[in-house]
Design a protein around this ligand. Structure first.
Ligand code: AVJ
Length: 334
């Protein structure tokens, strides 16, 4: 889990990498807490080791998984006007992953000549490392500072400003859907501290729609999402010396109409005991018992606006595609 391996390569292309050393401890704590309570849960951030990040990129290519394509199309349409309106000198991108879609925002800003600094922030060091040389080449003269960190943990190190002018904090891909309402509140509050007057939070959010469209997006025919879901077991096996047998867990994605979210689970196909050696823990599963590995909330404009207002933010603009499948909003300090 150490990002140190290719630090030299990153420095060679002028990218600074700030790593979080507490990753292993955080995983251990999450697994201990999540698997020793009922119902069992695991936070989705642990999907994303190198293989998990690749699997997520593969999910985005699946015909059933519409959010990535929808967001890209929307940003492609909005990009130039948005760049003009924002005139941003700095982009902080939370959950940037492999930065594949970042150019949709960065290109128009770069073309207008305002972009001076790009700060990608992600839990996956490997995904960022792979992306950085390409970005450094694409945006010459732009200061790039990558942060390996969990966007729900510490945003404080991102407060520091090295360039003048408007800042955009981008949180795309509907990753906000992974957060429970209280977590959204905390997140908005933390982002607010990064914003000065004239700065914005650019948020991408999947919208509420028929379960007949949403459910298949999380259970693709090729089984990529199922493999991605099981990846968390492989991460735990490797990092915490556990003996999960991934074949004894099935992938499940169900729409919860009350909470307007997809719930992703791993369900034990038979009773079993899993040993997690590094934690000195034995975890018992009854037949059919599940681990909730991810929630993916879908939003309505009023839900975004209400959460924003409660956290001291204001909705400045709302955009959605023609059939209301996907939305992007601009939030600012109230
Ligand atoms: C990256 C959190 C936005 O919820 O749609 C995709 C993750 N999980 N398929 C989502 C995911 C299963 C994705 N986010």
């Amino acid at each position: 889990m150490s990002p140190k391996t290719s630090l030299a390569a990153l420095e060679a292309v002028g990218v600074e990498l700030h790593a979080a050393p507490e990753t292993w401890t955080a995983l251990a704590a999450d697994v201990l807490e999540g698997l020793s309570t009922t119902p069992k849960t695991l936070p989705p951030k642990w999907f994303y080791d190198a293989r998990g990040s690749e699997l997520f990129d593969a999910i985005c290519e699946q015909p059933e998984y519409y959010p990535t394509r929808r967001e890209a199309a929307l940003l492609r349409t909005l990009g130039p006007a948005l760049a003009g309106e924002l005139g941003a000198t700095e982009v902080i991108e939370l959950g940037s992953g492999s930065s594949t879609k970042s150019p949709l925002l960065l290109d128009p800003l770069h073309q207008r000549g305002t972009l001076r600094r790009y700060v990608p922030v992600d839990v996956s060091a490997s995904a960022m490392e792979a992306a950085m040389p390409g970005l450094a080449a694409r945006y010459p003269g732009v200061e790039i500072t990558a942060h390996v960190s969990d966007f729900t943990a510490g945003l404080a190190p991102l407060r520091e400003r090295t360039v003048d002018g408007p800042r955009v904090v981008a949180f795309l891909g509907s990753t906000i859907g992974n957060l429970q309402p209280p977590e959204v509140h905390a997140f908005f509050g933390a982002v607010r501290e990064l914003l000065a007057p004239g700065d914005v939070l650019l948020l991408g959010h999947d919208l509420v729609k028929s379960p007949s469209i949403v459910e298949p997006a999380y259970d693709d025919a090729a089984g990529v999402t199922a493999d991605f879901n099981r990846n968390v077991l492989r991460v735990i096996n490797r990092e915490l010396q556990a003996d999960f047998d991934e074949e004894r867990f099935t992938h499940e994605a169900t729409w919860n109409p009350m909470l307007e979210r997809i719930e992703i689970r791993l369900r034990a196909t038979e009773p079993q005991v899993v040993r997690i050696a590094s934690l000195g823990l034995e975890v018992t599963f009854l037949e059919g018992e599940s681990i909730l590995t991810e929630i993916s909330r879908k939003f309505r404009p009023e839900v975004i606006e209400r959460s924003a207002v409660r956290a001291g933010l204001a909705l400045r603009a709302w955009y959605e595609d023609a059939d209301g499948w996907y939305g992007v909003s601009l939030l600012e300090r109230a």
